[in-house]
Ligand binder design. Sequence first.
Ligand code: GRF
Length: 272
Amino acid sequence: MPSPARKLRLAVLVSGGGTNLQALLDRSAAGTLHADVVVVVSDRKDAFGLVRAERAGVPHHVVDYKACLERVRDLDPGAISLPVDLHELDSRQKILKDGDPIRRLRRLAGLVLAETELLGILDMYKPDTICLAGFMRLLSPYFLSRYNKEDDLRVVNIHPALLPAFPGEHGYEETFAYGVKWGGVTVHFADEGEDTGPILAQGVYPVWGDDDLDALRARGLQLEYEIYAQCINWLACGQVEMQRRADGRVRTVIRDPAYPDILRNWLQKSFS
Ligand code: GRF
């Protein structure tokens, strides 16, 4: 793998236990990740991910999404002071599907308030890449447009299923409940839909007949840690090429001669 000119600066967003965050911190400390975690942000003050950041000496912050959403709960959306035109933003967003426009606009306004705080925090740390690692909040186009430009996408997510199967919050539960024989994990760029952005990498693991949900999740998580770190290294080394296709969709191509070996290695590990 070519050495990057400099390490990537990562902002990691978490809501919960933060084992993916921990895997990135460990690899960074061990020198196998071409990146430093420069800040951790959570939408919940009780997220264990914040403890992991503290232990690693990484600055961490909380953005109280719940409070932001509550602040606008009974307001007329037109009267909420925001840094964006709410109707224009609503016409571009694909994440909030509530058919009642007042409720949808209020929710969007709450999100924008939280994202304004989030962007303010991120601005202090100047991250190259935003890593979503179990961050259970939707991102609006207001946030994304600050970090995603045309073919230069900067927000990545790890999803616990083989997209486009099982998008949303319950990747492992749905993989297990469906009875598929192979589970998978996906690292993708975030776009304006839910788990719909261009895919960077995917790995699969076998689902055995006697597996319960915990066994399946444990196997998948090991794969998540490997794949997320590898994707960040590809990004750091400039090995991710973006190709815009005629239909407008962006496809990524990994320009790493070791790519087939890396895939084989993930597959082999998923059997152990
Ligand atoms: C992971 O399964 C990740 O794929 C999903 O949320 C979970 C977060 O786990 N987006 P952790 O907080 O990293 O332990």
